[in-house]
Ligand binder design. Structure first.
Ligand code: AMP
Ligand code: GLY
Length: 420
């Protein structure tokens, strides 16, 4: 079987590593991939958003399964394009991907079907949003409705901050059309956890839970990023809590999507806040999370190709999905200046000096002759597993400093709360 993976981050590198473990897979293509994927797969220079070219490539190269990483192509209907061409593709259709691409849609869905989430209102005009914000308690959460690469959420602690977030999103249009409308949302308090589920629209199977760290600096300071690290499992989220999320959120939402004529197949990412009133939804994503995937897939014992084919063919009930008991910790190495401006093209050294068992998933990297150089904000995720979180964590931090590039930085506190 030949597989095409769409995307070029550490999530996609992790997917490629996992998919490659299946003996029936003889070739994996990645569009566009990175230096890491080029060592086990064939990178192809096609944009994830150029569906015609991707479908043409898949047809010419006899691709039997397409796996889509990022949200933008899903929201634009990449899976529909492949299905229309008769090619299996893992991920939700355009109709179903709206659960991530419109926060207003997902909020209305949750209100309609009684799924626990923060109180919220949607506004289409700046002046109405500004008037409303002035009547609300602080802190308050301001969200652009559409896709904003993880940056469209502002937790405002002062009225001025809330007003300027609204001005940026709706007035200055810093996220373009994603800011056509905004949500103004109650600020929930609690610990965050991500529970991803596989679903074929009938059967819903949870993965193991994971936590990610969105802020750039230790102690959750500084601006939000695409994610600076992750670990699995969080000690504060037990099987009972997981069952509550399945019963009150994941299963009802999959059923709700069916009822709305938007049957959902693929991975549904449920971002949760564990509040004093129980788990509530922070957001849904229509895909694998990044950097959660880097600590989830190394723990997956069941063959991923089989799971994906079963999801696409609506027979997930036939598959028994198993996970390793060993916790996993991943720390992101980022470029200096990220998530703001940063330089690229710096040589990455030390990748061959790591202990056995350390996995390095590439994101913003590319080959420059025989050198691996930086090409993005998040550059690598360094991952280890072990008998305990403390062991996995120690392994990552004993190794990460051996990798170097100009301006490299990482958070020192990933999974620390689980061991101290
Ligand atoms: P999102 O892009 O929706 O995941 O939001 C980014 C981050 O903002 C989340 O991971 C939370 O930490 C935070 N967040 C979003 N919505 C809320 C909320 N209603 N209350 C508290 N924190 C939130
Ligand atoms: N880790 C959050 C996301 O993938 O959106």
């Amino acid at each position: 079987m030949k597989i095409l993976v769409v995307g070029g981050g550490a999530r996609e590198h992790t997917l490629v590593c996992k998919l490659a473990q299946n003996p029936i897979v003889d070739k994996i293509y990645v569009a566009p991939g990175n230096a890491g994927t080029s060592s086990i797969a064939a990178n192809i220079d096609i944009s994830p958003n150029d569906f015609d070219k991707l479908v043409g490539f898949a047809n010419e190269n006899d691709v039997g399964l397409v796996v889509v990483g990022p949200e933008a192509p899903l929201a634009n209907g990449i899976v529909d394009h492949f299905h229309n061409a008769g090619i299996s593709a893992f991920g939700p259709t355009k109709l179903a991907s709206i659960i991530e691409s419109s926060k207003t849609f997902s909020k209305e869905l949750m209100f309609k079907y009684g799924v626990p989430c923060a109180a919220s209102r949607t506004f289409d005009t700046l002046s109405e949003a500004q008037s409303y914000v002035k009547t609300q308690p602080l802190p308050i959460v301001i969200k652009a409705d559409g896709l904003a690469a993880g940056k469209g959420v502002i937790i405002a602690t002062t009225e001025q901050e809330a007003l300027s977030a609204l001005e940026d999103i709706m007035g200055q249009r810093v996220f373009g059309d994603a800011g056509n409308s905004v949500l103004i949302e109650e600020c929930m308090v609690g610990k965050e956890v991500s529970l991803l589920v596989f679903t074929d629209g009938k059967t819903v199977v949870p993965m193991i839970p994971a936590c990610d760290y969105k802020r750039i600096r230790d102690n959750d300071e500084g601006p939000n990023t695409g994610g600076m690290g992750s670990y699995s499992p969080p000690g504060f989220f037990d099987d009972k809590a997981k069952q509550t999320v399945m019963d009150t959120i994941a299963v009802p939402v999959v059923e709700a999507m069916n009822a709305e004529g938007r049957p959902y197949r693929g991975v549904l990412y449920v971002g949760l806040m564990i509040t004093s009133d129980g788990p509530k939804v922070v957001e849904f994503n229509a895909r694998f999370g990044d950097p959660e995937t880097q600590v989830l897939l190394p723990r997956l014992k069941t063959d991923l190709v089989e799971i994906m084919m079963a999801v696409d063919e609506g027979r997930l009930d036939e598959i028994d999905i198993e996970w390793s008991d060993d916790p996993c910790v991943g720390v992101v190495l980022a470029s200096g200046g990220y998530p703001g401006k940063y330089g690229t093209g710096y040589e990455i050294t030390g990748l061959d000096s790591l202990d056995d068992g350390i996995e390095v998933f590439h994101a913003g990297t590319k080959l420059d002759g025989s050198k691996v150089v930086t090409s993005g904000g998040r550059v690598l995720t360094v991952v280890a597993s072990g008998a305990t979180i403390a062991i996995a964590r120690d392994k990552v931090y004993a190794n990460i400093g051996r990798i170097g590039f100009e301006g490299a930085n990482f958070r020192a506190d990933i999974a620390l709360r689980e061991v101290s």
